[in-house]
Structures are given as C-alpha cells and as structure tokens.
Design a protein around this ligand. Structure first.
Ligand code: SF4
Length: 261
C-alpha cells in the first residue's frame, strides 16, 4: 500500500549481521530503494521470513517484520493476506526454507493464487548452518555433509513454481541490480501469487564454486528464447530448459520472466 505523504525509508534500526560482501546487501538496497521510490508505506507493508541468513531481512526493515519459523513464512503470509486485504505482503526467504521444509506450503499457496509476493534469495546452500547442500545446490556441490560432492541434481525453482500454477514466475540475480529492480516491479504489480527466484550466491561458503560476475554468462530468456510467457505449456517448456546451476553449463544463468497469467 502506498503512502499519501512523503516517501518513507524502509531501512531499519538494526545493522545486518550478514558477512561482509554478502549478496543480500544488494537485494536489500534494491528492494528498499524501490519500495521507497514507489511510495509504499512501511506501516502498510509486511516482510515475512522464515529461518536462515536471508530471512534475517525482516529484522532489518522499518516495515512490519515477521521472522517466523523454518519453512512457515508462506502460511503466516497467507494468514496476513486473508485477514488484511489492505497491506502489502512480501515473503522473503531462502532456497532451503521455501523448497525443502516449506515446499508443501509453496504448492498450495501457489495453486490457490494467494495474493502475496514471494522472493527466494537463492544462495544454493544452507549457509546459516555452515554449508549443507540445499534443494538448489548444484551437482557436485561440496557441502559440509557431502564433502565428496552432492550427488543430487538441483531443483529448478522456476519450473517447479510454474508446475504449482503460480500466476507470475521470474528469475533474476544480484549480479544485475537493474534487471533485479525491473523484475521486482513486475512482481509487485502482479495481483495473485508472484514468485521471483533471485540467484544470490553465498560469498562465505561458495566463493569458488560460484563464479564472479565477470565469469558468469547471464542470459535473458525474454530476449533469447522463443516462447509465450502467457501460455502455460510454452512457459513450462522454456523454464524446464533453464535450470541453474546446470551440470552441463554451470556458468550460464538464465534470467527473465517465465510466466505471467
Ligand atoms: S554465510 Fe553466506 S549467505 Fe550467510 S550472511 Fe554470510 S555470505 Fe551471506
């Protein structure tokens, strides 16, 4: 919901405890700046998060913040939405939170098209507990429980979100703040369940596994692939080819809007 008065800052009083250089600082700066510029009112906005490094963002905002329990950000956000149609409800959580313990909640909120915006800060590991492989870790990811390499292929979050009948599905990354900003704007404008996978690598536990911005090739599917984002089958087919990190091409990151009903 928008303010009627002057634009208000979304920066909170607490200083983030994220590691120096953490990519979440980029997301936070982009999101806070955008909400302020779009004249959102912190007193009519709720950040709902689960548990993990990314989920601490709900402590660092001047908006209402609910730092809930592991995997349960979506049901809490659903409850807020059902009881308060007048507030903006943003879920901000990690890949482990949303797609492991919280995956069942994701499915049902998406298929019921609950009007919330879900941002997955996808760092491809359980960072807070010191680097166990998560649902989105790449094949061969050397986590603390899988030192010889994770032997499971990563979940393709955008494909999963489309299969669950999310009405808006996109992927962006902290590598490209401008693209991230445009994608967030589209997700915020969408009425219904909107999901944005934000690739934001962990700088502490995977500094070598994930390449730097200079080494990664970011491909915008809206410019490079022929598909109809309004058509479910076409979007699903496109998304199924856009897994990240892929075993064959780990340094190619496909971003863009995949589906919008
Ligand atoms: S452990 Fe990784 S994800 Fe967590 S705050 Fe540090 S850099 Fe960020």
């Amino acid at each position: 919901m928008r303010c009627s008065e002057n634009k208000r800052s979304f920066s909170g009083k607490l200083k983030p405890t994220w590691c120096k250089g953490c990519t979440y600082f980029i997301f936070q700066k982009v999101l806070n700046g955008l909400l302020q510029r779009l004249n959102y009112d912190p007193l009519s906005t709720v950040f709902v998060s689960g548990i993990g490094c990314s989920s601490r963002i709900s402590l660092y905002t001047s908006a209402f913040g609910m730092h809930t329990i592991h995997g349960r950000a979506i049901p809490v956000a659903t409850g807020i939405r059902l009881s308060r149609s007048d507030v903006s409800v943003l879920v901000i959580a990690g890949d482990g939170d949303l797609f492991s313990i919280g995956a069942g909640h994701f499915v049902h909120a998406a298929r019921k098209n609950i009007d919330i915006t879900v941002f997955c800060l996808n760092n491809m590991t359980y960072a807070m507990t010191k680097n166990q492989s998560s649902p989105t870790s790449g094949f061969d990811h050397a986590g603390s429980f899988t030192p010889a390499g994770n032997q499971t292929l990563p979940l393709n979050t955008v494909e999963f979100a489309i299969c669950c009948k999310s009405s808006f599905v996109a992927r962006s990354t902290t590598f490209t703040p401008d693209h991230l900003e445009k994608t967030i704007i589209r997700a915020l404008k969408h009425r219904g369940f909107s999901f944005v996978d934000i690739v934001a690598p962990c700088r502490t536990f995977n500094p070598e596994y994930f390449p730097s911005e200079k080494q990664i090739s970011i491909v915008d599917v809206n410019e490079t692939m022929q598909f109809d984002m309004k058509d479910y089958s076409s979007a699903l087919q496109c998304a199924s080819r856009c897994i990240f990190p892929s075993r064959e091409s780990p340094a190619v990151l496909p971003v863009g809007t995949f589906f919008e009903a």
